[in-house]
Structures are given as C-alpha cells and as structure tokens.
Design a protein around this ligand. Structure first.
Ligand SMILES: C[S@@+](CC[C@H](N)C(=O)[O-])C[C@H]1O[C@@H](n2cnc3c(N)ncnc32)[C@H](O)[C@@H]1O
Length: 236
C-alpha cells in the first residue's frame, strides 16, 4: 500500500470533520442574525457552492430543465397572467423559460441580487423588487411561485411567509414540497431540510397539481416537486 492511499482517506476524513465543524459554526452564528443578515451572508460567501447559479446546485439548467418545460404550460392552463417569483434568486434559470405573462415580478431579500437582476433582465414586463417575504406587503397576483425557499426557513419564518402570501389575496401558490417525507423538522433559518407541506405544522390540503422536478441533485430526496394549491384552500 502506497503512502498516498493511506494518507488520502485520512485527509478526506479531516476535510469531512472540518467541513461539518464550519457548517455547525455557521448555523450557530445564524441564531444571532436576522433574515436579511443570514441570506446576505449566504450570497456574499456563496455558501450554497453554486458554480452556475448563486442559488446553488438545485438551480442549474440541468436541475431545472423539467420546470423550464412545464411551468409555461401550467401558467397557460391556469390562465395566469401575473406571477410573483418569490424568491427569484439570480433569475439564472427562469430567464430560459418562455413565460407568456403580462407581468413578472421577481423579489428577494438580498438587495444586490435585485439591483443586478433589474439592470440585466428588467424591462416593461419584468420587474425586480427587494423585499422580505415574511413581513413586507406583497402584490396581488395570479400565481406566487416559491421555489426552494421554505426549505431554508424555520417553521416560524416559513409560516409567516405563507400567511403573508395569503394576505396578498393572490390566487395560486406553486411551491417546493417533498411528498412522502416522514415528518417536518424545525431548523434555524439559513439551514436546509426537505419538507412535505401536507404535514404539520403546514397542514396543506391535497395538491391540485404536482410537477416532479426529476431532480438528481440529491439521491436521498429524489421526490423533489412543485405542488400547486389555491391560497384560499390553505388554512393558516
Ligand atoms: C435557494 S434560492 C432559490 C431561488 C430561486 N427560487 C431558484 O429556484 O433558483 C433561495 C432564495 O431565497 C431568498 N430568500 C430567503 N428568505 C427570503 C425572504 N424572507 N424574503 C425574500 N427572499 C428570501 C434568498 O436570498 C435566496 O436568493
């Protein structure tokens, strides 16, 4: 056995321990931060490790190819003309979808993302707004598209966001859910875990439609999906 083959596993073991330690320290620091500080930290340090998109490995063109195809068809079917993309992140992959909308509004808590999106992609139809989905007034739209957001929020913050969606009097919510998760776990905002929105504390009714993203990002969560609900059917 060469020196290399002995050293390699030891080196990767230390890498593993060091990565986990850093991650735990990051989460500890998030306990003392507000939502804006947490997501600014993730953005400026590229904490999700995205090479293609700052929103991480779930937002590559490969991982979103199914949604790029299916979202326009769903909007057509629902006759949705005004959509709130909440949150939009860097708008990296959604710019590729042929959305036949009268108005697209993208929003995010990170102000610099919004400034960049507005100058790169803003036009008469597309507008980008800096806001906090948990607290700021939201426009009334036909469909709120909320991908890969509630999975990063504590129960308290996620429930505040959903209540705020309802308060906007918008019609539909299309959002990330993982059907078949055994139970929903609470986290500190800025961490991640899969959620099934039909389970407590969300208790959504059965979906009207579901889009399987056919995700290959994580082998342990192949069922990553977008569920469609009427906001008026969600009892919170
Ligand atoms: C993983 S990214 C997903 C972005 C996009 N939906 C996508 O599919 O690529 C999550 C985004 O949520 C934003 N975010 C988290 N909490 C938010 C809040 N309370 N209000 C607005 N944006 C928020 C973050 O800044 C980040 O850009």
């Amino acid at each position: 056995m060469s020196k290399n083959t002995i050293l390699k596993p030891i080196k990767s073991f230390f890498d593993y321990v060091s990565f986990n330690l850093q991650y735990e320290l990051m989460l500890l620091s998030y306990r003392g931060k507000n939502r804006k500080e947490v997501f600014n930290d993730i953005y400026y340090r590229n904490r999700w490790g995205g090479q293609e998109s700052i929103s991480g490995r779930g937002s590559t063109l490969k991982q979103t190819s199914v949604i790029i195809q299916k979202l326009p068809r769903l909007l057509e079917k629902l006759n949705a003309k005004i959509m709130l993309d909440a949150p939009c992140g860097d708008f990296y992959w959604l710019k590729e979808a042929q959305l036949n909308l009268e108005k697209y509004i993208g929003c995010d808590i990170v102000a610099d993302l919004i400034t960049t999106n507005q100058s790169s992609y803003g036009n008469e139809i597309r507008e980008f707004i800096n806001l906090d989905l948990a607290t700021d007034p939201l426009p009334q739209v036909d469909l709120i598209f909320c991908r890969d957001c509630l999975v990063h929020l504590s129960f308290k913050d996620a429930l505040a966001v959903i209540k705020n969606f309802k308060k906007s009097n918008s019609t539909y919510l299309l959002t990330t859910t993982y059907p078949g998760i055994i139970e929903n776990k609470d986290i500190v905002t800025g961490d991640w875990r899969a959620i099934d929105l039909r389970l407590p504390p969300y208790n959504f009714p059965d979906v009207l439609e579901i889009i399987d993203e056919e995700s290959t990002e994580r082998k342990d969560y192949p069922q990553k999906s977008l569920g469609l609900w009427k906001l008026s059917d969600i009892d919170l």
